[in-house]
Design a protein around this ligand. Structure first.
Ligand code: ADP
Ligand code: MG
Length: 630
């Protein structure tokens, strides 16, 4: 290999020098070119190997044939070429060229030896030699060409093979690459699987730890379960025992319930009987009763002309000394005796007074209409008796009646009764009705009319009928009524004494279980002052007022008398008061009249009038009342 390289290196300058120095030697140029070109053109790494073989093959003929030419070249070149490629080559050339023929070496360098002009033979022989040389060269060149062609075909074959091989390798490579991809994917998968495995292992470790805890827990729970089982069996036996006793108890309850039902029936029967008896008592006491109440003197002393019986509380005497014209000794004592259902002296408390009325309040709840009037001159204590003052001790009949009503209604609820109460409060002044529960604007007060309904109930148009379910509600209504009354009066005009005020509580009771309903009204009336005025004193408005009061009070007396006498015609319509109260008066009702009297001596005449009026009412016997049961 190194030899070949050396040859090719040494040959290149020789050929180039030939081209430069012997321009006519075109054959040599042709000769050399293909080999040179080939060597330069071969870019592939395999070419040097091939070049080496080609040069190797060519070597022997070149070495022999070219030797003389090389000799001449080297001789001339030695002188002209400053930097020859190798001294070794020059020496060799000199040694080989000297002994041949009689040729004279050329002084100026260039081609072989120069023959003398006459040496034609020599020249011919030289030419022949040259021709032979060229022919040899040609031969070897064509041989070399053939070889090169063969080698080229081989190479091409080889290249095709290589190409195929390359294709195959490429296919293989792409297979490998695919495999590699697959392997990479598998590797990824594997890595993932490994990490999964790690996670699972960790989880497993956790689960193992948990399992251990659970196991401990389970053991403790098993122990607990055992305990509970034991307890359960104890409980079960207890339950069995209790069930037996429950059955016994149920039996007991059943029989008790039967007893209760029986007792309820008994209670109901008892209640109905009580009502009947209560009513009988009330009737025996009189369906119309008159109570007299004497107001205490303002300074607390005793009034001489009013004498109360000491042994019973039903008698009262009004005594008056009539002066004689003959002198003091001839004075005569005139006494007026009155008897009432009850006489209350000046010391009687509000509670004592109410105790007598409470029985009538019970009657109202039992379904009987009840009417209670306070009659008397102004200042005799009517309002004190009906309304009273605000303290527990001084409160009057209305609040006490309401209190009892709600209390009793509550007690009766236990027996299946349900009550509803509706309150109204009316003032009758100069035969005109005024709503005392009105809360609207003063200038928009509506007018009222009394109407009798088909079922004989009496109702007032535009009147406030307020449902009440507690004592407090009623007390508020009473306060409102008081306020309404006071707005209508001035100091000079004590209107309350000249108007009737009527408080009505409509009661509706029902016992759904026994299908009983009852309906009644409790009326509590504070009448206008009954005092008469001298005709000379009464003029204008006062006269009108007086006439209205007188006529309504006397009509009240007439109505009661007519009822007592069972007359066919009862003049209810003659006054607003009797017309309003017609449902509560008469056959179906209980009536109580308070006659309030003032103890002052100067009220003697009025007191006498009041007592006379009351006596007239007291003498009436109102027919036996029947409860409004449906
Ligand atoms: P009337 O309504 O009949 O005009 P009142 O009820 O307003 O009379 O009574 C007049 C005054 O006498 C009031 O101050 C009242 O408190 C008082 N009075 C009335 N009756 C009694 C009584 N029984 N005990 C104490 N004070 C009374
Ligand atoms: Mg009054």
């Amino acid at each position: 290999m190194s030899n070949a390289k050396e040859n090719s290196v040494s040959r290149l300058p020789v050929m180039s020098s030939k081209r430069v120095l012997t321009a006519s030697n075109s054959l040599e140029n042709h000769d050399c070119q293909p080999a040179q070109k080939k060597m330069r053109k071969e870019p592939e790494p395999t070419k040097p190997k091939a070049a080496a073989t080609i040069i190797g093959n060519r070597r022997p003929p070149v070495a022999t044939t070219r030797a003389p030419a090389a000799k001449s070249v080297r001789v001339a070149g030695a002188a002209t070429v400053a930097a020859g490629p190798s001294r070794g080559v020059l020496k060799q050339a000199t040694a080989s060229t000297v002994p041949k023929g009689g040729a004279v070496p050329k002084a100026g360098g260039g081609g072989g030896t120069r023959r003398h002009a006459w040496d034609l033979k020599g020249k011919v022989s030289d030419m022949e030699g040259k021709i032979a040389n060229y022919q040899g060269k040609l031969k070897s060149a064509s041989l070399e060409n053939e070889q090169l062609k063969g080698s080229m075909a081989q190479k091409q074959l080889r290249a095709a093979e290589m190409e195929q091989e390359l294709q195959r390798l490429r296919a293989q490579l792409s297979d490998y690459e695919k495999n590699q991809q697959t392997l990479l994917a598998v590797q990824d998968e594997l890595e993932k699987t490994i990490s999964d495995k790690n996670t699972i292992q960790r989880d497993l470790a956790n689960l193992k730890a948990k399992f251990t805890v659970m196991e401990t827990l389970r053991e403790s729970q098993e122990v607990e379960l055992q305990t509970l089982k034991m307890k359960l069996s104890v409980q079960e036996s207890t339950v069995a025992r209790l069930q037996t006793s429950l059955r016994d108890s149920e039996e007991q309850v059943r029989s008790l319930m039967e007893t209760v039902a029986q007792q309820k029936d008994d209670i109901h029967a008892g209640e109905m009987e009580r009502r009947q008896l209560h009513n009988t008592i009330q009737e025996l006491k009189g369906n119309i009763r008159v109570f007299c109440r004497v107001r205490p003197l303002v300074d607390g002393g005793l009034s001489e002309h009013i004498q109360l019986s000491t042994n019973d509380n039903k008698m009262l005497a009004l005594a008056k000394t009539e002066e004689s014209h003959v002198g003091r000794a001839g004075d005569t004592q005139k006494s007026y005796n009155f008897s009432f259902d009850r006489v209350f002296g000046p010391k009687a408390s509000q509670q004592e007074v109410f105790d007598e009325i409470s029985l009538l309040v019970q009657s109202a709840l039992d379904g009987y209409n009840v009417c209670c009037f306070a009659y008397g001159q102004t200042g005799s204590g009517k309002t004190f008796t009906m309304e009273g003052d605000d303290t527990e001790e001084t409160m009057g009949v209305i609040p006490r009646a309401v209190q009892q009503m709600f209390k009793t209604a509550k007690r009766l609820e236990e027996q299946g009764w349900q009550f509803t109460f509706t309150a109204s409060f009316v003032e009758i002044y100069n035969e005109t009705l005024r709503d005392l529960l009105y809360t609207g604007k003063a200038n928009k007060r509506p007018e009222h009319e009394i109407r009798k309904l088909a079922n004989n109930d009496v109702t007032v148009t535009n009147l406030t009928y307020q449902k009440v379910c507690s004592e407090d509600q009623v007390l508020n209504l009473i306060a409102l009524a008081k306020q309404n009354r006071s707005t209508a009066q001035t100091n000079l005009n004590d209107r309350s004494s000249r108007s009737h005020s009527v408080f009505q509580l409509a009661i509706e009771g029902g016992n759904a279980g026994r299908d009983i309903n009852c309906k009644s009204t409790l009326c509590l009336v504070d009448l206008a002052g009954s005092e008469r005025m001298l005709k000379s004193q009464s003029q204008g408005e006062r006269f009108k007022e007086m006439t209205a009061i007188n006529s309504s009070l006397s009509n009240l007396g007439i109505v009661i008398t007519a009822l007592a006498n069972k007359e066919n015609y009862i003049p209810y319509r003659n006054s607003k008061l009797t017309y309003l109260l017609q449902g509560c008066l008469g056959g179906n009702s209980k009536t109580l009249m308070f006659v309030n009297i003032s103890p002052e001596p100067d009220s003697f005449g009025e007191t006498l009038n009041s007592l006379r009026f009351a006596s007239k009412v007291n003498d009436c016997v109102i027919g036996t009342a029947t409860a409004n049961r449906k």
